[in-house]
Design a protein around this ligand. Structure first.
Ligand code: SF4
Length: 177
């Protein structure tokens, strides 16, 4: 298995205590098996109390299995603490749109990071391993904890490059079976 050297470790585990409840305000959901009522995007869930969920211990029995299944890949706390220095839409509602843009970009970036990191366990060629590490380095450079760097990443070519690499890898490995 290849190592990822001295690259910065990115924590992909959600830390809701350090987050401004971003998924609970930014994301929409529809009433159904996973959610008990409709909620539009950019509207705080009615079960939120500050940044905490009042029914967190009972999500499944209260009809919110979708909340239990959701995974921000560690984007929430990182946007809150690193990009916005602990500030929140709660006390500064004008931040909501900017937090939304940063959260979407960071979530995608962390998801890509996780996929590229997991790919190190695959039987990669030397060229594929070199490309994997190069893409990870570009992701690291993109996440310099500023809103501008995240937006530049999200609207730039890097997400497509990661997707193309992973898709080509998937097809090559499938052709070996
Ligand atoms: S965005 Fe992530 S860290 Fe924040 S509350 Fe949701 S799951 Fe937790």
């Amino acid at each position: 298995m290849a190592e990822d050297g001295a690259r910065r470790e990115v924590d992909l585990t959600p830390d809701c205590q350090a987050c401004a409840a971003l998924c609970c305000v930014l994301l929409p959901f529809d009433a159904g098996d996973a959610f008990a009522f409709d909620k539009p995007a950019a509207v705080a869930c009615r079960h939120l109390d500050g940044h905490a969920c009042r029914i967190h211990a009972d999500l499944a029995t209260r009809g919110f299995a979708g909340c239990q299944r959701y995974n921000c890949h560690g984007a929430g706390q990182r946007v809150t603490q690193e990009v916005f220095a602990g500030r929140s839409w709660r006390t500064e509602p004008g931040l909501l749109a900017a937090m939304d843009r940063a959260f979407r970009a960071m979530r995608r970036l962390h998801e890509d990071h996780g996929l590229l990191t997991a790919a190190r366990t695959l039987p990669l060629t030397d060229a594929e391993e070199a490309e994997r590490l190069a893409l990870l380095a570009r992701l690291d450079a993109a996440t310099s904890q500023t809103e501008a760097s995240l937006i530049a990443y999200d609207t730039g070519p890097l997400p497509r490059a990661v997707k193309a690499f992973l898709e080509a890898l998937r097809l090559r490995l499938r052709s070996r079976q």
